[in-house]
Design a protein around this ligand. Structure first.
Ligand SMILES: Nc1ncnc2c1ncn2[C@@H]1O[C@H](COP(=O)(O)OP(=O)(O)OP(=O)(O)O)[C@@H](O)[C@H]1O
Ligand SMILES: [Mg+2]
Length: 235
């Protein structure tokens, strides 16, 4: 078993006094692709926000490379190597594409890395953030997170609301990143695509893990998928 890069152990967290995620334990090894799936409102975003230090953590431990993160602020976690592409698509709408990317440069990263991955962003580099399509905004959000040179990247429903052709294109990019050895956590409601992409999968329901195992074990198990997320979602 490869060494855990990111580890959550018995984590309970929420907003204020409310407990949204309850006793979450999971680990991600270097180079691994983990999918987190589950119905709306089960705590997927809250799990990622907790890893980033954006919720109130009531119990448990979060470690990166064996070092505790629990007391660190979000920007310190980012600096230690956790990148996130939030569900809300984190771009500055008043800045151009290029200015958004420049804001993400770190550790000798260069704009060309973003433009090689997303040639479309190069074509649009002088456009303002708010002039971009949903797909282009998502490309920008992903590209900017990558320019921070994260050791692990958390993607929160990157395909949400995007046309099928854009979803395919983004999945191709994720596969390319995975092939380059990036460690990735993908939260998705496009369950079929997520399972095809990931090595392992965690299924959340009401803030708890109800399944954890190899994606291959869940693919093709229609009754289990139906039980966890509803068959209609399994596409
Ligand atoms: N900032 C917040 N303050 C209080 N409660 C919140 C906040 N954000 C989310 N919640 C609540 O926490 C629960 C889990 O929400 P969360 O966003 O983590 O779910 P999710 O699995 O990401 O759902 P979706 O698939 O719709 O994105 C929901 O009941 C939601 O209403
Ligand atoms: Mg969410």
């Amino acid at each position: 078993m490869a060494e855990a890069l990111l580890e959550l152990n018995g984590v309970v967290a929420g907003y204020g006094e409310t407990h949204i995620i309850r006793n979450i334990s999971l680990s991600v090894s270097k180079g691994e692709r983990l999918a987190i799936i589950g119905r709306n409102g089960v705590g997927k975003t809250t799990t990622l926000a907790t890893i980033m230090g954006q919720t109130r953590q009531h119990a448990g431990r979060i470690n990166l490379r064996g070092e505790p993160l629990d007391r660190l602020r979000t920007h310190e976690r980012t600096r230690l190597g956790i990148g996130i592409v939030p569900q809300t698509r984190d771009i500055f709408p008043s800045l151009s594409v290029e200015e958004n990317l420049i804001a993400g440069l770190r550790n000798g990263s260069s704009l060309d890395e973003a433009y090689d991955l997303f040639p479309r962003l190069k074509e649009r580099r002088h456009n303002g953030g708010r002039q971009l399509s949903g797909g282009e905004q998502q490309m920008l959000s992903i590209a900017r997170a990558l320019l921070g040179r994260p050791e692990i990247i958390l993607l929160d429903e990157p395909l949400e609301g995007l046309a099928p052709v854009i979803c395919e294109m983004l999945m191709d990019v994720f596969k390319k990143l995975a092939a380059r050895g990036h460690t990735m956590v993908l939260v998705e409601q496009h369950v079929g695509l997520a399972l095809k992409f990931a090595d392992r999968v965690v299924v959340l329901d009401q803030g708890k893990i109800v399944f954890e195992g190899l994606s291959a074990d869940l693919v093709g198990n229609a009754s289990r998928l139906d039980q966890y997320i509803g068959l209609s979602a399994a596409n």
